[in-house]
Design a protein around this ligand. Structure first.
Ligand SMILES: [Zn+2]
Length: 132
C-alpha cells in the first residue's frame, strides 16, 4: 500500500531496526516503546489491521514469528521475565503484532524512556544487535 509506513519498512524504503526476516514476515524494534525491548512483527505484504479480515495464513505466519521473537528476547536479556503479545492496529492500518516484554525493572537503558516516547538510536542499535 502506497502510503503505509510498515509497507515502506518491509520494502526498505524507510529505515528501521529490523532484526528478523523470513519469507513472509519481518520483525523490528518499536521506536516508541512502552516496554523495554518492545518489538513489532509485520507481514511483508499489506493486510488491513481489521482483525476479522486477516487471513488465517498471515495470522499463523505472524504468530510463529512473534513466538520466535519472544524466545529470542527472553533468552538474550536476563531482565525479561516473559513476553506477551498484543494485536492492535488503530494507529497503523497494517496488520501487526506487538511483542511486550515484561522486565523486572523499568530501568533506563541508554537514556531511553519506556513511556511511549522515541527511543535513542544507541539503545535501538544495541537491542537489535543483541537479538539478531
Ligand atoms: Zn502496509
Amino acid at each position: 500500500m502506497k502510503d503505509c509506513v510498515f509497507c515502506k519498512i518491509a520494502a526498505r524504503t524507510i529505515p528501521a531496526y529490523i532484526f528478523y526476516e523470513d519469507e513472509h514476515t519481518i520483525a523490528f524494534l518499536d521506536i516508541f516503546p512502552r516496554y523495554k525491548y518492545q518489538s513489532l512483527v509485520v507481514p511483508k505484504t499489506h493486510f488491513d489491521s481489521q482483525f476479522s479480515l486477516v487471513s488465517q495464513e498471515v495470522l499463523i505466519q505472524s504468530i510463529i514469528t512473534a513466538q520466535k521473537v519472544s524466545r529470542a528476547i527472553e533468552s538474550n536479556f536476563s531482565d525479561v521475565l516473559r513476553c506477551t503479545i498484543a494485536i492492535e492496529g488503530l494507529e497503523i492500518p497494517h496488520f501487526h503484532i506487538r511483542i511486550e516484554p515484561y522486565t523486572d525493572n523499568k530501568s533506563n537503558l541508554f537514556g531511553t524512556n519506556f513511556n511511549g516516547v522515541k527511543a535513542t538510536d544507541e539503545y535501538l542499535q544495541y537491542v537489535a544487535d543483541k537479538i539478531k
